[in-house]
Ligand binder design. Structure first.
Ligand code: MV4
Length: 399
């Protein structure tokens, strides 16, 4: 069950069948610079950014340094802390102002971060953060940032060709998350002005230009209550939620990736990108919301995916009789809708979720239906704390 991670084997098979290129998808190997390098060394095109750019952006401390050097706003913070005394670390935290957050340079997926609200908790947070960083990333390097409280997660889709042209396809709001897993993604973000969109978009392109970025990627920002935004990290792959951007921008992102990798220039200019309507994606997971979202692998005995109508897309590979293995993550389908406005899109999503039927395993489909029917979600009034702190308590009370 680990075949998808065997870089050497994949390259071998690609050579045998005479493949020109490898598209790494959005799985583990997509941001593995050793894999990208092995593909290139074998004379095969890696459909993605250059291995060295993947490596730099994969290290959160290097990414932060490069952004700072190029005038991209980052959260106030420090360089790596590992050789500093605890007294010095505490002094930095006082200067930055509590609360702060410790982050592993090699971090990802929400691992290797610790909020610190008071000086008395610094030592133990530091110890457990470095320990986790060492365990999961084999790299105990950590740094400190000011904690942005209740931020929104806004990410910009960018595309660059091999000739220095880089544009953005506007943003997605991915603030509705649970344990660092996105649940719903929306484009465009309901709570930013056209002016802020322009400023953030220009900044995202500048961030990509700072590393001579090629192919597609995402610049993630934290947005605070006062509309201050800060570079958080960059994802050097096509993401799960790219379909919402395809709907509102009209650009086929994966096609663009392949064209770029084949040496074609961008097929669109920044001026050509005019947003149309609103798009929403709900991730359908085989999991049990009533049992703390425990994975629910097993055989799908009956399946009806929503279909028909303008502005509905279902990305999935499951079918009746398919057995969901327990080894991978629990996402089994994505439902994406496109409406002329936010409410139209929400109504289409409601219809689609009503229509969806999955038997044999537990899923989060009903949970998703409740979520998109929530008044805060309908109003676009939520941040990254919403799901856990506002919605889930209400939901569990109702259960
Ligand atoms: C932050 C933050 C607040 N302030 N950094 C989460 C994982 C990694 N991508 C970075 N993360 C955060 N970094 C500062 N300075 C809050 C988070 C964060 C978060 C960010 C986006 C979406 C959901 C989140 C959930 C918890 C924490």
């Amino acid at each position: 069950c680990k075949g998808y991670l065997d870089a050497k084997k994949i390259v071998e098979v690609a050579k045998e069948c005479g493949a020109d290129a490898i598209h790494p998808g959005y799985g583990f190997l997509s941001e593995n610079f050793d894999f990208a390098r092995e593909v290139e060394d074998a004379g095969i095109i890696f459909i993605g950014p250059k291995p060295d750019v993947i490596r730099k952006m994969g290290n959160k401390n290097i990414a932060r340094y490069l952004m700072r050097k190029n005038g991209i706003p980052i959260v106030p913070g420090t360089e790596k802390l590992n050789h500093e005394s605890m007294d010095t670390i505490k002094k930095y935290a006082r200067e930055i102002g509590y609360p702060v957050i410790l982050k592993a340079s090699g971090g990802g997926g929400g691992r290797g971060i610790r909020e610190v609200w008071e000086e008395k908790d610094m030592q133990s947070a530091y110890d457990s953060c470095t320990r986790e960083a060492k365990t999961f990333f084999n790299n105990d390097e950590i740094f400190m940032e000011k904690l942005v409280v209740k931020p929104r997660h806004i990410e910009f889709q960018i595309i660059g060709d091999n000739y220095g042209n880089i544009i953005h396809l506007c943003e997605r709001d991915c603030s509705i998350q649970r344990r660092h897993q996105k649940i719903i993604e929306i484009a465009p973000c309901p709570s930013i002005s056209e002016h802020l969109r322009k400023t953030m978009g220009t900044t995202a392109v500048a961030a990509a230009k700072a590393v001579n970025y090629t192919n597609v990627g995402t610049v993630e920002f934290l947005l605070d209550d006062y509309n201050n935004f800060y570079f958080m990290e960059m994802n050097t792959r096509v993401q799960v939620e790219h379909p919402v951007t395809e709907f509102v921008s009209g650009v086929d992102i994966v096609k663009e990736q392949i064209r770029i990798a084949a040496g074609q220039p961008l097929s669109v200019k920044q001026e050509d990108i005019v947003l149309r309507g609103h798009a929403i994606e709900c991730r359908i997971n085989a999991e049990n919301p009533a049992f703390n979202f425990a994975p629910s692998p097993g055989k799908i005995t009956n399946l009806h995916l929503p279909s028909g109508g303008v502005g509905l897309r279902v990305d999935s590979a499951v079918y009746p009789g398919y057995t969901i293995p327990p080894y991978y993550d629990s996402m089994i389908a994505k439902i994406i809708v496109h409406g002329e406005n936010r409410f139209d899109a929400l109504m289409k999503m409601q219809r689609a979720l009503y229509e969806l039927e999955i038997e044999g395993v537990q899923t989060n489909a009903d949970f998703q239906l409740d979520l998109i029917s929530d008044r805060n979600v309908i109003a676009g009034d939520y941040d990254t704390s919403f799901l856990m702190e506002t919605f889930l308590p209400k939901y569990q009370e109702k259960e």
